[in-house]
Design a protein around this ligand. Structure first.
Ligand code: ADP
Ligand code: MG
Length: 263
């Protein structure tokens, strides 16, 4: 039961276990994301961040409880799940020869009947998203010819065209220079404010992760080892323990700044 006045979480994960092959990759993970919240999962390579996002996005079957807006994820059919959650993968496949418009239209696939064609409404959604992300001029361009930053905006456009309110972003800015990083993250934050999106992301740049997220979750060895406000998670001790990194953490305008220090 939910207490009166408290919203049902957009994402609720309880005691999630994932085993692929031998050892567990996620071992008893708990995670809650409130509607409209931005939560970023950080953690060293191989911690299980992408695996966690794949489960929440319905791309891997859960063992444990995973609810999206209160409904167990395995009870959502593909189309219903597509209305709730959209994923931008860590390195999305770029289909050779595909134009930007057709790629963004793939976001409508769950709503197009088998053997059917996209409707005028599907196309209207796609054009609206292209406009919003400043991509209208690229509609006819081959996706493979776009720069990294432009391409990342197109990946985002495909996810938004799906119309889901929960956006899963797996390292959305890893391939981008610092300017394009900020551009993409500001855009996501603006969409979050304008369209009421909920964001669950993973990110390697810890200072940037802390600047944009309401809360951080530190995953290491398949377990949540810390969670809370950026200044509670981005501490020299926690980063030394779980990343084996020597860093200084200083106060920044929008949260802690993590500076690597040479040994
Ligand atoms: P992260 O995104 O935090 O770097 P991943 O979730 O991609 O971590 O992977 C976590 C661990 O699970 C890694 O050790 C990885 O090798 C392993 N792993 C991921 N996918 C598979 C798979 N399909 N089969 C076996 N092991 C996998
Ligand atoms: Mg990953």
């Amino acid at each position: 039961m939910t207490a009166p006045g408290s919203a049902v979480p957009a994402v609720e994960v309880r005691d999630l276990w994932v085993r692929l092959g031998g050892a567990p990759i996620l071992a008893g993970v708990d995670l809650t994301v409130a509607p409209g919240e931005w939560v970023t999962v950080i953690g060293p390579n191989g911690a299980g961040k992408s695996t966690l996002l794949r489960v929440v996005g319905g791309l891997l079957p859960p063992s444990g409880e995973v609810r999206l807006h209160g409904t167990p994820i395995d009870r959502l059919r593909r189309r219903d799940r597509a209305r709730v959650v959209a994923t931008v993968a860590q390195s999305p496949v770029v289909p050779p020869g595909m134009a930007v418009l057709d790629y963004v239209l793939l976001g409508r696939t769950p709503f197009i009947p088998a053997l059917g064609r996209e409707s005028a409404a599907d196309l209207a959604v796609v054009h609206d998203v292209l406009d919003r992300l400043d991509l209208a001029g690229f509609a006819g361009r081959e996706l493979a010819t776009l720069s990294g930053g432009e391409r990342q905006r197109v990946f985002l456009a495909r996810a938004l065209a799906q119309g889901a309110t929960l956006l899963l972003l797996d390292e959305p800015t890893s391939a981008l220079d610092i300017g394009h990083q900020q551009e993409v993250l500001e855009l996501v934050d603006q969409l979050r404010a304008d369209a009421g999106l909920t964001v669950l992301a993973t990110m390697h740049d810890l200072s940037v992760a802390g600047e944009y997220a309401d809360r951080l979750v530190l995953l290491a060895g398949g377990k949540v080892v810390a969670a809370g406000k950026p200044r509670e998670v981005l501490t020299e001790e926690l980063l030394a323990t779980h990343y084996r990194a020597r860093v200084r953490v200083v106060d920044g305008e929008h949260g802690p700044i993590v500076v690597p220090v040479r040994r």
